[in-house]
Design a protein around this ligand. Structure first.
Ligand code: NAD
Length: 256
């Protein structure tokens, strides 16, 4: 898909990878709703986008663990720019490192890292199937492919996010709904820094394992990989493999 003039929503758009995605989409001529739980960071990213590309972005504070707030994001996109062409389910949380994480921690990770993807897809699919076109891009993680990486709630929910993306692609790919699922290893963002500085030894170890597994990428590298996947004409069921290939080319020693 050529993203020029296309309408996109980026959740977690105020964070490291999300803000790079927004900047890249705006540069390519897309219209972007920048959504984040942290309304101030979403606004700042949107203001930067508009400074470089006037009229390219609007922002909203939104919690993706609430279906109504995702509905409101879609309504904002439609009223500001038109029908949503691309949805980037990128918001995510590191969660808790051990199996004995509290029920609340498990619920929160399942909500943000998995159910938020399902919520958005349920809302957008009817629209996309009617139009015969739509693109769902989720940011999972290498921890969604490699069980030895990532803390408990993170690895489990990211595996499920990969499974959901694959299911979506296999089920609706022949009806114009395209899916990409990004599975980067370490990316230099506030999430990685928080993991390195975590007060929890297991959390620090999980972050260290990620950093040992390959070069830490910059958010712009990930945004480049995402836009390359989106531009690809093929239906991509597992484009995250291409991200893994990127790491392999850098000499990382791991496999599924
Ligand atoms: P980040 O912490 O910089 O960004 C995450 C953003 O999501 C933050 O701005 C946060 O406010 C937002 N967010 C959290 N909960 C939310 C909610 N309920 N509703 C809306 N927004 C919410 O981290 P990042 O590294 O940019 O993470 C982006 C995505 O990339 C995440 O899904 C993460 O799991 C994934 N990822 C990150 C790495 C890494 O090493 N940084 C590696 C693989 C995958």
């Amino acid at each position: 898909m050529n993203v020029e003039q296309r309408v996109a929503i980026v959740t977690g758009g105020g964070g490291g990878i999300g803000s790079a995605l927004v900047a890249r989409l705006a540069r390519e001529g897309a219209r972007v709703v920048v959504a984040d739980l942290d309304a101030d960071s979403a606004r700042a990213v949107s203001e930067r986008g508009n400074a470089d590309h006037p009229g390219s972005t609007v922002s909203a504070g939104a919690d993706v663990s609430d279906t109504v707030q995702i509905q409101q994001l879609i309504a904002l996109a439609e009223s500001s720019f038109g029908p949503v062409d691309l949805y980037f389910a990128n918001a995510g949380i590191a969660g808790a490192p051990a199996l004995d994480a509290s029920e609340r921690d498990w619920d929160l990770s399942i909500d943000v890292n998995l159910r938020a993807h399902i919520r958005a897809a349920r809302l957008l699919l009817p629209r996309w199937l009617k139009r015969g076109e739509g693109y769902f891009v989720s940011t999972a993680s290498a921890a969604g492919l490699l069980t030895q990486i990532g803390s408990a709630t993170y690895a489990v929910t990211k595996h499920a996010a990969v499974g959901f993306a694959e299911w979506l692609s296999v089920t609706y790919g022949d009806r114009g709904v395209r899916v990409s699922c990004l599975c980067p290893m370490g990316v230099n963002t506030p999430m990685l820094s928080a993991g390195k500085d975590s007060g929890d030894a297991l959390g620090r170890a999980a972050t260290q394992a990620v950093m040992n597994a390959g070069d830490v990428l910059e958010p712009d590298d990930v945004a480049d990989a995402v836009l390359a996947a989106v531009a690809d004409e093929r239906f991509l069921i597992l484009p995250h493999r291409e991200v893994l290939d990127m790491y392999r080319q850098k000499g990382a020693d791991y496999d599924r």
